[in-house]
Structure formats: C-alpha cells, structure tokens
Ligand binder design. Structure first.
Ligand SMILES: *Cc1c(COP(=O)(O)O)cnc(C)c1O
Length: 480
C-alpha cells in the first residue's frame, strides 16, 4: 500500500509547476497567528505527479472497466453523451436564484420530465425534489402521514414492510415515527397473503412494497395485496428502485400503488455508486398530489413557473433537486423513446434469466422460477464445504469482475444477488458464468484458493469491520 502514497515519491526541493510572476498588488495575508510555519506538502515533479495519479486511476474499478453485477444497484453502462448534454452551459451554469424568465428551457425540461415519469409509472403527478431513493421514500411516507391526518385518521401509526425489503424502507418508516411490522415471505418468495391479511387493520398507514421484490421476483398476487391494503383504509407505497425491469411494460399506477419513488441514478442514465448525486422523484395518484414536496414546475400558457401544492410536505433540500441528474434522465427517455425503454427492461430480464439458467446446476437457487432483472442464488452448498459467499465474492475479483451484492436480501442464507443489466453482451455474461463455474469447482477441489482470495488485486482482503467502524479518512503527512 505504501507506494501509493505521495510522500514516498516526493523529495524536498522538487517542483512540479512554475507560477507566473505577480502582476497585481499582493493581497494582505491573514494575521500571523493564523498562519502555519510549516506546510507539510509533498514536493514532486510534474511527470511524477501525472504518473502517480494515472496509476491511482487505474486501481479504480467501474462500469467503464468491467462487468459490475451488483444486485439491486442497476450498475449499467450509460451513454457518455448524456454527460455532455448535462454539461451544456445553459444547464450546468445556471443559478437557482436567477430570474425565472432566463431559465425557461430548464423549467420546460423539468416540466416534461415530470410528465414522462408520471406516464412511465401510470401516476397523476410527479415531484422531482427528492435527491436520493431513500429521500423519495421519506417523501412518500410523509405524504402518507399527512394524507391520513388530513382525513382525521390519526390512529394509523403502523407501517408494514416485507422481510425482503431494502433497509431504507425500515429506516424511513422509523424516521417518520411509525411502528414497523415485518410481513413474512412465503416459500415461493412472494408476500405471505395470510399473514398480510391478519396484519391489516385500522392502525396500518401503508404497506411499502418493492416490485419486483429484492429477490428479483414479480409478486403475482399484487391485485389481492392491493385490495387487502385498500379495503382496510391503508395506502400502497411502492419502492421503485427496480424500475429497470418494468420500463415500458408495467405501470405502478395500474397495479394499484398510490405512490412510488424512482431512482433516476439507477434506471435513467446517471451512474449509481461512488457517492455522486442522485435523484429520487416521487410519482403519486391524485389522492396524494396535494401533498407532493415542493417545488413543482407548472405551465401556464407558454410560461413555466415554480409552484407548491396546497398541502405540500415542504421542500426537501436546497433549491430544486439535482438538476444535472434530471437532464440525463430526460436525454435518456427522449433518445430511447417508448420502444427503446421497453427493450431496456426486456434485455435486463433476459440477461438475468440467462445467468440463472446457466448457473442453477452449480449454486442453490432458492426460488426456481422466472426472475425479473436480477437473480438471487444461495451459497449454502459451498458453505457446507467451508467456502463462504464472501470467499466467492473475493475470488471473482481475481477474474476481473466486480462481485455481486452478497448477504442481501436477508431472507436468503448466504445470498448472492446478481443483476447483469441490459447493457452487457452475451460474451461478457458467458465469461462471468465460466468464472462462477470454476469457483464452484474450486469449492469442491481447491477451497483454499477461495478462502485466501483475492490473489491478483493491488490490495488483498481488508479488515472491513474496522474500516467501517473506525474509518480513517484524513491523509496526514508521514502517517501511513
Ligand atoms: C437503492 C435502493 C434504495 C435506496 O436508494 P438510494 O438512492 O441509495 O437512497 C431503496 N430501495 C431499493 C430496493 C434499492 O435498491
């Protein structure tokens, strides 16, 4: 690891750039007591610095370098020209407080995106304000709460969350002050209807349902679920992070959902991961439209303006959300069109099912049925031989693949959750499948090579528990 640190290649007196001579009056320095005597910065020549950062950049793994089947995250390749569009000065250089007449184009884009997302989800209205999937969930639950309260229905203090749900669903419900009850899955990976029936009562504000579920399965009982929830006065909230499997095919509104959040940074052309900006618009039926977070963009005549719904839950952060992400989603929808969006979901689903069929003889498949955009295996066969799912994930690094999501969803023992996405070729999928087969063989014949993996990466196994609990995020001179 040491050789990745600048001080090792820096030497006192080396210089990487020369500054032009001063041609303005020097500004006054801050008071002496605020100035440091020694500024411990590495000294390095330009070529060494270029090589240093180029070497570092090559350590990065991303969708641009290889296959990245991280389940639930939709790590697909996104066209580069969408980044170019988002960087056009008329989009990138505008300011939230400049006169509204000078940003009509940006508002038109937001207005049309609101409409497109409502159309794609089969809903009546959209707010683009939330800046992440989890924040979109928060907006949904705050709207549900406001809806019940406005109707004088104040005893609904409980939210039902299926046991396969993403952790944010539970966190959101708790943050909004609700009690949480977990709805079990049945042995086919669907919601256990009997349990749901027994849990639905006048205390339940909503069921938050991910569809398809994080098991990659479409719950065919959705009509019954919808009826059970609504006949007891509850609302049905969707977690739309898995929209990549439904685009152009199935609409949340048609399935009976009252609201759903989308993850533009998964489905609609902003790369996910790396902590970059996200966007989690909420789309709602007319019963929740008055509660949407503000602002919305409205059109009157030829003018676009910002408005706030009458009973809005308020704003969710600075200004208008993450505009650059909206531009990319807009470019994606406009360039693919309705037919193209359909093909996205078709290919995403076919790719996942291809992997499922090719690997099910090698890894335990807890739910052996047609999957949607992702497939969840269990590493329990390998575990019985002393090879954990974590070892399998680490070994994939040696083959040059990013590992899948592991140990989630929680309802599958030693879960291996694969989402290939629509942008991968058959050749890539075959190479990955071959690697997974070899790993399954090694679990029988050479388990040690898996337990000690990875072998070819710049850094071997990290102490992940310490890294998570005691992160050391600040570089200091002389400290390695
Ligand atoms: C990614 C994801 C979320 C959370 O979205 P963020 O944008 O990361 O906050 C919620 N639910 C599911 C199913 C997801 O995959």
């Amino acid at each position: 690891m040491e050789h990745y640190l600048l001080p090792d290649i820096g030497r006192p007196g080396k210089i990487g750039c020369s500054l032009p001579s001063l041609d303005v009056t020097p500004a006054e320095l801050p008071p002496k007591e605020l100035l440091r005597q020694e500024l411990e910065l590495p000294e390095i020549s330009e070529v060494e610095l270029v090589r240093y950062f180029t070497a570092l950049s090559k350590l990065n793994y991303g969708v641009d370098t290889g296959f990245y089947p991280l389940g639930s995250c939709t790590m697909k390749y996104n066209p580069k020209w969408h980044e170019d569009v988002a960087q056009l000065p008329g989009f990138a250089s505008i300011h939230p407080y400049q006169p509204i007449g000078s940003v009509q184009g940006a508002l038109q884009l937001m207005f049309e995106l609101q409409e497109y997302l409502a159309e794609i989800t089969g809903m009546s209205a959209t707010s683009l304000a939330p800046m992440a999937g989890a924040q979109g969930e928060l907006a949904s639950i705050l709207m549900v709460k406001a809806y019940h309260h406005t109707r004088g229905d104040k005893i609904r203090n409980r939210i039902l969350v299926p046991d396969s749900a993403h952790g944010t669903n539970l966190a959101t419900a708790a943050m909004c002050g609700f009690e949480i009850s977990t709805v079990p899955s049945d042995d086919r990976g669907n919601i256990d209807l009997k349990s749901l029936e027994s849990m639905m009562n006048e205390e339940v504000a909503t069921l938050t349902l991910t569809i398809p579920t994080t098991l990659g399965l479409f719950d065919p009982q959705i009509a019954e679920i919808n009826q059970l929830v609504h006949q007891n006065g509850g609302l049905l909230c969707g977690d739309g992070a898995n929209l990549n499997s439904l685009l152009g095919k199935v609409k949340f509104g048609d399935l009976g959902f009252d609201c759903v959040q989308l993850n533009l940074h998964k489905t609609l052309s902003t790369p996910h991961g790396g902590g970059g900006p996200g966007s989690g618009p909420v789309c709602v039926k007319s019963n929740l439209a008055d509660f949407l977070p503000s602002p919305l963009v409205a059109k009157s005549g030829k003018e676009y303006t910002f408005t706030s719904p009458t009973k809005s839950i308020g704003s969710l952060g600075a200004a208008y959300g993450n505009f650059g992400v909206m531009v990319k989603a807009y470019a994606y929808i406009r360039s693919l069109g309705a037919e193209g969006l359909k093909q996205v979901s078709e290919n995403a689903v076919i790719n996942a099912n291809y992997i499922k069929e090719k690997l099910k003889a090698y890894y335990h498949l807890p739910y052996d049925r047609v999957c949607m955009h992702e497939v969840v295996f269990s590493g329990r066969r390998q575990k019985a031989k002393g090879v954990k799912t974590l070892d399998i994930a680490k070994r994939l690094l040696d083959y040059g693949f990013h590992p899948p999501t592991v140990y989630f969803p929680l309802v599958v023992e030693e879960a291996i959750m694969l989402e290939p996405t629509e942008t991968e070729s058959k050749e890539t999928l075959d190479a990955f499948i071959d690697a997974m087969k070899e790993i399954a063989r090694d679990a029988d014949e050479n388990p040690e090579i898996l337990r000690t993996a990875p072998h070819n990466t710049p850094i071997r196994r990290l102490d992940e528990a310490t890294a998570a609990r005691n992160p050391d995020l600040r570089w200091e001179m002389g400290k390695t």
